[in-house]
Design a protein around this ligand. Structure first.
Ligand code: HGA
Length: 610
């Protein structure tokens, strides 16, 4: 959430900052701003409500020149989206600050600073940092020391960059709870909340650790830990493709990313199933030993990742014979939970920076989890660095706020984890071979599913005037129904709920009428006859159904039901296969509704605040 970019260079940096913000815009897009120190040590700022493009236009009309600057694209937590609340915030026309995160003691700090004569212009929590730095600078010999004193007084989470126009050679950056990465150039250096922002200018990065404060100048980067001790943070070359931020021939990132799923899954499988056998080292050093000793798995995740974890619970208990619980990170982290013996904590996060999930991992270490594994799409992210084991999905950059390929590659990772654990818990060689075969067949199967796009597009018309929708599934398709409902909510703003179909008669049947489309996920499996009974319950009450099913399930379209013929696939991979038609349905409904598909209102990618 919120994007930060900063640069110290000889050349003018405005274009670099704006390009960086564009690349981070999917993380927050209610307003954007930039502050630049020019050659005369003057602080120049521009802010705009709305998308980065508004800011870019403002800078075309009134260019800001200078080699040191900071910029921000905001996802508001404190104070409405507005120009005045947009970052950077400024104190005394000299100190400029951008910030990701939440300063929890902002009220107390604000009153103290007001008592000292500081005037607050915004409603944000961030502005306290700005004035506090200015105040501390009065009794400090450098900006670095003022920032070090400031962060000691902050409670909550921050990734922050501070610039003082009287000292245009340095930026001071600090991290606690919100990621920051330093980018190394030649005679110029950079800072950002994500490497994506800096790919056009460098490939060499180092990550700040929790509590670090760093001084960045053109030729030097000095990092200090939370005790003020100088530390080295190793710089590495990033292995990411430069143009992953390009939409190509597609109208939206979400559509591009939906179509990329066969390739993303091929990449995720590649090199990991050697001669039909899973290479355990893919999870990291010591994985085999850890999996051998696991007696219980606790999965922690949020949002879409939570749904992939729910599918994994079906797989782990049924295929690997290991008990599994799953919980939402923001709940887990704030309750006292029982830790069964030899428990593995599995976190799932596309970005690896999800604040609640990261906090849950840190808590799990304190309360006695034997070991931890993360399923993640971003190498070097906080969850990857802090977990014992990591399975890296190879989805590539996911820009659309509504997750598509990150979700399906997470499922692939979780199925591989099931294999790896199951192998030590009595899973037969035949079963292992069967799962491996199914995984290998997946990319081609998904290509077949994507061919359904135009028939799904035709269905979308039916949803144009609807305000609600109900999704039904059973067994491991229940979480897929939940994911389908979440996608529809996120991008079309239609209220959608998912139910385990057996729950219908316990309440939701009361909602059924012609205005409530019911989407049913119905592959032929052991539960199909049970599901058919639920379908009849809906039909008997005049409900209109959209049934995603294979030909073996024997559904037929009629006045009350439209059947979408999904290719037959193995049961094990059916949750992955049935995800795609639901993604496409949401996408085409959103197109008809005219919403902002890639950047839906009120949302942002990579939820780095609580
Ligand atoms: N609390 C700050 C920054 C919000 C943020 O980091 N969002 O991801 C604000 O509201 O401006």
């Amino acid at each position: 959430m919120c994007g930060i970019v900063g640069a110290v260079a000889q050349r003018d940096v405005a274009d670099i900052l704006v390009e960086g913000l564009k690349r981070l815009e999917y993380r927050g897009y209610d307003s954007a701003g930039v502050a630049i120190t020019n050659n005369n040590n003057e602080l120049l700022t521009a802010k705009r409500l709305g998308k980065v493009q508004e800011l870019a236009q403002a800078l075309i009309e009134t260019p800001l020149t200078g080699g040191t600057g900071i910029a921000h694209t905001r996802w508001a937590t404190h104070g409405a989206p507005s120009e005045v609340n947009a970052h950077p915030h400024v104190s005394n026309s000299t100190i400029a600050v951008v910030h990701n995160g939440i300063i929890e003691n902002h009220e107390a700090l604000r009153s103290r600073l007001q008592g000292l004569g500081y005037e607050f212009l915004s409603q944000t929590d961030t502005e306290v940092i700005t004035h506090l730095v200015h105040h501390e600078l009065k009794s400090s010999d450098s900006l670095l020391s003022a920032v070090q004193k400031t962060v000691k007084q902050l409670e909550g989470a921050y990734g922050t960059v501070v610039m003082d126009s009287r000292d245009k050679d340095n930026l001071i950056v600090a991290r606690s709870g919100s990621p920051l990465v330093i980018g190394y150039g030649v005679g110029e250096n950079f800072i950002a909340s994500d490497i994506m922002a800096l790919l056009p200018v460098t490939r060499k990065f180092s990550y700040l650790e929790e509590g670090d404060v760093a001084q960045i100048s053109r030729f030097n980067v000095s990092v200090f830990d939370s005790n003020g001790k100088p530390v080295e943070r190793e710089a590495k070359e990033a292995n990411v493709s430069h143009d992953s931020g390009d939409k190509g021939e597609y109208r939206h990132y979400m559509l591009k990313e939906t179509y990329e799923q066969p390739t993303a899954i091929r990449n995720t499988l590649d090199g990991r199933l050697v001669a039909g056998k899973l290479d355990i080292n893919t999870f990291g050093e010591g994985a085999d030993e850890i999996f051998k000793n696991v007696e219980h798995v606790q999965i922690i995740a949020c949002g879409t990742s939570y749904h992939s974890g729910m599918v994994a619970r079906y797989w782990l208990e049924e295929l690997a014979g290991v008990s599994c619980n799953i919980e939402i990170a923001s709940e887990f982290r704030y309750r006292k939970s029982f830790v069964p013996k030899n428990s593995l904590l599995v976190t799932i996060s596309q970005s690896g920076e999800t604040a609640d999930t990261l906090a849950a991992l840190r808590l799990a270490k304190e309360i006695g989890y034997q070991s931890s594994l993360v399923i993640c799409n971003v190498p070097g992210s906080s969850l990857v660095r802090e977990s014992d084991l990591a399975f890296m999905t190879k989805a590539g950059a996911e820009i659309g706020v509504a997750s598509t390929k990150a979700f399906t590659t997470q499922l692939v990772g979780l199925l591989m984890m099931t294999l790896a654990i199951g192998k030590h818990h009595g899973m037969s060689d035949e079963k292992q071979a069967e799962i491996t075969q199914s995984l290998m067949s997946l990319p081609a199967k998904l290509d077949e599913v994507l061919a359904l796009a135009s028939s799904i597009e035709d269905l979308a018309e039916d949803f144009a005037d609807k305000h609600h929708a109900l999704f039904l599934g059973r067994g491991d398709q229940y979480p897929i129904a939940m994911e389908g409902a979440l996608k529809l909510k996120e991008i079309s703003y239609i209220h959608a709920e998912a139910y385990a179909a057996g729950e219908l008669k316990h309440g939701p049947l009361a909602l059924i009428d012609a205005e409530m489309p019911v989407i049913v996920v119905a592959p032929k499996n052991d539960l199909i006859e049970k599901l058919k009974s639920n379908v009849e319950e809906v039909r008997a009450r005049g409900g209109l159904m959209y049934v995603f099913a294979d030909s073996d399930a024997h559904f037929a379209s009629d006045d009350t039901m439209k059947v979408i013929d999904v290719p037959i696939c193995d049961d094990i991979i059916a949750p992955i296969v049935y995800t795609l038609p639901l993604q496409l349905l949401s996408y085409y409904v959103a197109i008809i509704k005219g919403t902002d598909v890639d950047q839906p209102r009120n949302l942002a990618k990579s939820v780095t605040v609580e």
